[in-house]
Design a protein around this ligand. Structure first.
Ligand code: IVH
Length: 683
């Protein structure tokens, strides 16, 4: 047995006390305020001094000493702890209407017409914990559990530097007992870094920051938790003895004074309108990681007055005085049922995951694009996989990643594989690259449908009423085999394929609308027709360039490859593709038919605006726009895009890694714009 250590002289005990206070304070400055007042070296020196003294006099070690953040032995299992007051959950609202209903309900309950003062807070997407402080010392920390009992994770919580081991007592006296409620979470940047490291080590990545935070906090070995970048924001109290507040806001202010970390985005506001405005503001900033670098899933609206909170009371599971006003989720998890391979208008085959329907961003989603073979393989998707899907704005839902299952693969797991043959016409597929697989059959039904939809689309012939369902019906029924067949359709042809029992009138009207729209599309400017016929690599911008260089479709069909290659903005690859299209006998026939049906209008007046008469050349890779988008921005504003710099060029837009074009522009004294300057100019 080690000899008993000598009793500590009083000056040692007081030095220990002093060191602890200093270290607690510096920890608070560094981690909570993010505003240190001493150097790291100075902090380390103080900590070392304390460690040494505590080593000499182990009887003076206390559980909340700054030396005790890490180092507790791993547990066998977590003990259960009862919360002194239940940790309730929140009622959810998903719309403005529901938020207003909440406000109305409170007014009715309190028989008042006066507007409430609310406190509005980001709703953190982490995990709720409770921290118990007795006489200012952190004693027990637990997870929410079922709201009544949680798991004792004190050792793990102690490793989180934003949790004070000792409350600060300078600005406000420390209460006898304080139960703090808050959310443990992980910053997005730290989450990405952690996942990268895990993947490098061959460990599965965490699906999202919340899982990462929860997984990290529920570790039996505190050393593991200590290695994870967890943080806390505190937003409430449970039981409290020895301090009182008038409002929720006062309470948050006191928490700040006591050294707890409180979200700086929390505000007070008057009335539900202001609370709704806050929701919209935060939702807008939600993905701006310079402002909000952690995941939130809504805002919490809380009645500010504690007296009113008291009067409103709680229902079984949630208080009446608070509401979680959620954002529409943009990500969700679901399961892949099977794969489908869709054939686009150019014959390109795109793999699609068909999934169990799930709500994402307010709509039900059951299909998500996998883009191409390369992407699908990189993501490691398989039939039966649980996946994270996302929808951002109006874009097509996509599979973000497979959620790693720690157990074996599910029984129905079947790895992703591109088919050998076109699922629509059975023609063997051609693999052009990892990214492109194509059905080479020009009569392929899938390509036909897409081709007709493209022909009718807004930036092509602009024919209303020819969406996917309608086109499928027309192709399925054999009425339309190629785009020229559209112009032979009569209302009488369409009615039988759209008719629903008892709704004759509707299909008659629909059929008339479609034939009228088709009729109207017989008069279109040349560029629209060129865009509409669906030449590979020719989009709206190139169609406009071609229309400036050829008088008619016939002219274009007869152009030599050399002539096409020479056109600025077309280039070798496109010239070859255009020629391939024009030499194809089937296309020749279709164009011949179209020429007899369509009347080519004179070119539309170029859109008036800052860019009419201006020629742009792009060089280097752009970051926030694709080349295609940038070019469209110019042409749609009446400008021209050219591929080489000449005396006729007005602006050169230089992205990253530019080459000789930028040098040439400087030689010719042509202004060179950065991407940001270009956007400023055109917007
Ligand atoms: S207040 C009695 N405020 O949301 C009120 N909760 O569904 C209880 N949460 O378990 C909670 N941010 O994990 C409150 N600013 C915030 C919050 C918040 C996130 C979580 C918390 C709670 C859940 C309730």
């Amino acid at each position: 047995m080690a000899p008993p250590s000598p009793a500590a002289p009083p000056e040692v005990a007081s030095r220990i006390k002093e060191l602890r206070e200093q270290l607690h304070y510096h920890n608070y400055r560094y981690y909570v305020l993010d505003d240190p007042v001493v150097s790291d070296a100075e902090y380390d020196r103080l900590l070392k001094e304390l460690e040494k003294l505590e080593e000499q006099y182990p009887e003076l070690v206390t559980p909340d000493s700054p030396t005790q953040r890490v180092g507790a032995a791993p547990l066998e299992k977590f003990e259960s702890v009862r919360h002194r007051q239940p940790m309730l959950s929140l009622e959810n609202a998903f719309s403005e209407t529901e938020a207003r209903e909440f406000d109305d309900r409170l007014k009715r309950f309190l028989r008042t017409t006066e507007e409430f003062h609310y406190v509005v807070e980001p709703k953190m997407d982490g995990l709720a914990v409770e921290l118990v402080y007795e006489q200012g010392h952190f004693t027990v920390g637990s997870t929410r559990g079922d709201g009544i009992r949680g798991e004792n994770v004190t050792q793990n919580l102690k490793t989180i530097h934003t949790i004070p081991l000792q409350m600060l007592g300078k600005e406000a006296p420390v209460p006898e007992l304080l139960e703090i409620r808050g959310e443990v979470y992980m910053d997005l940047g730290e989450f990405d870094k952690l996942n990268k490291e895990r993947l490098d080590r061959g460990e599965p990545a965490f699906a999202n920051p919340r899982n990462a935070a929860a997984g990290s906090l529920r570790q039996l070995d505190p050393a593991v938790t200590a290695s994870r970048p967890l943080k806390i924001y505190c937003y409430g109290v449970g039981e409290i003895k020895g301090a009182t507040f008038q409002t929720h806001w006062d309470m948050l202010e006191s928490l700040r004074k006591w050294g707890f970390r409180v979200n700086p985005l929390i505000e007070t506001c008057a009335g539900i309108d202001a609370a709704i405005a806050y929701h919209h503001r935060i939702e807008k900033d939600r993905h701006n990681h310079n402002k909000i670098n952690y995941e939130i899933d809504g805002v919490v609206i809380k009645v500010n007055s504690l007296e009113l909170q008291e009067r409103l009371g709680s229902k079984t599971r949630s208080p009446r005085w608070a509401l979680a006003y959620k954002f529409a989720a943009t990500q969700a998890t679901t399961k892949i049922i099977r794969f489908e391979f869709n054939v686009g208008r150019t014959g390109a085959v795109t793999p699609t995951a068909v999934m169990d329907p799930v709500e994402v961003g307010g709509v039900t989603v059951s299909r998500a694009t996998l883009h191409n073979e390369d992407e699908a393989k990189k993501k490691g998707v398989y039939k039966g996989a649980t996946v994270l899907v996302q929808r951002a704005g109006d874009v097509i839902p996509e599979v973000v990643k497979v959620i790693e299952e720690e157990e074996r693969l599910p029984k129905d797991a079947e790895p992703f594989k591109m088919p050998e043959k076109c699922e629509i016409c059975d023609t063997p597929l051609v693999r052009e690259s990892e990214k492109i697989t194509r059905c080479p059959n020009p009569d392929c039904f899938g390509a036909q449908t897409r081709g007709i939809m493209h022909f009718a689309s807004k930036t092509a012939m602009d024919i209303d009423g020819l969406g996917e369902k309608m086109v499928l019906k027309l192709v399925n029924s054999g009425l339309v085999k190629d785009i020229s067949d559209l112009y032979n359709l009569t209302a009488g042809d369409i009615i039988p394929i759209t008719e629903k029992p008892g709704k004759k009138k509707i299909s008659g009207k629909l059929a008339n609308n479609i034939t009228t729209a088709i009729e109207k599309s017989k008069k279109r400017p040349l560029w629209r027709i060129i865009n509409a016929i669906g030449i590979r690599l020719v989009g709206e911008a190139q169609a406009q360039i071609l229309a400036q260089n050829f008088k008619s479709l016939k002219d274009l069909m007869e152009a030599s490859e050399e002539k096409l290659k020479d056109i600025e903005g077309i280039g070798d690859k496109r010239a070859i593709s255009i020629k391939e299209y024009c030499n194809n006998p089937k296309n020749k026939k279709i164009i011949e038919k179209l020429r007899g049906l369509l009347e080519v209008l004179p070119p539309e007046k170029q859109a008036a605006g800052p860019l009419s008469g201006k020629t742009f050349v792009f060089t280097g890779s752009l970051t926030s726009l694709s080349r295609e988008e940038a070019k469209n921005m110019v042409t749609s504003r009446g400008g021209k895009v050219s591929s080489s710099v000449s005396a006729k060029t007005d602006y050169v837009v230089a992205g990253a890694k530019t080459g000789s074009k930028e040098a040439r522009a400087e030689e010719l004294k042509i202004p060179v714009l950065t991407e940001a300057e270009f956007e400023d100019l055109v917007r």
